[in-house]
Design a protein around this ligand. Structure first.
Ligand code: FES
Length: 56
């Protein structure tokens, strides 16, 4: 599903960024561009990234 409508980023892309080595929300955001415009997706995106990091 789309998490970030501004940059068309999906939850799968966020999890993939973590799987490929991103170790923080900031890194995932830089790589995917998620949460770099209006910011409305930040809370959900952080939850998904935190969940993915915990599962590592
Ligand atoms: Fe992600 Fe706007 S929905 S920056």
């Amino acid at each position: 599903m789309y998490v970030c409508m501004c940059k068309k980023v999906t939850d799968r892309q966020l999890r993939q960024a973590v799987a490929q080595g991103a170790s923080s929300f900031g890194e995932v955001s830089r790589e995917t561009r998620c949460s770099t415009q209006c910011g409305k997706c930040t809370c959900l995106a952080r939850e998904i990234v935190d969940d993915a990091l915990l599962a590592q």
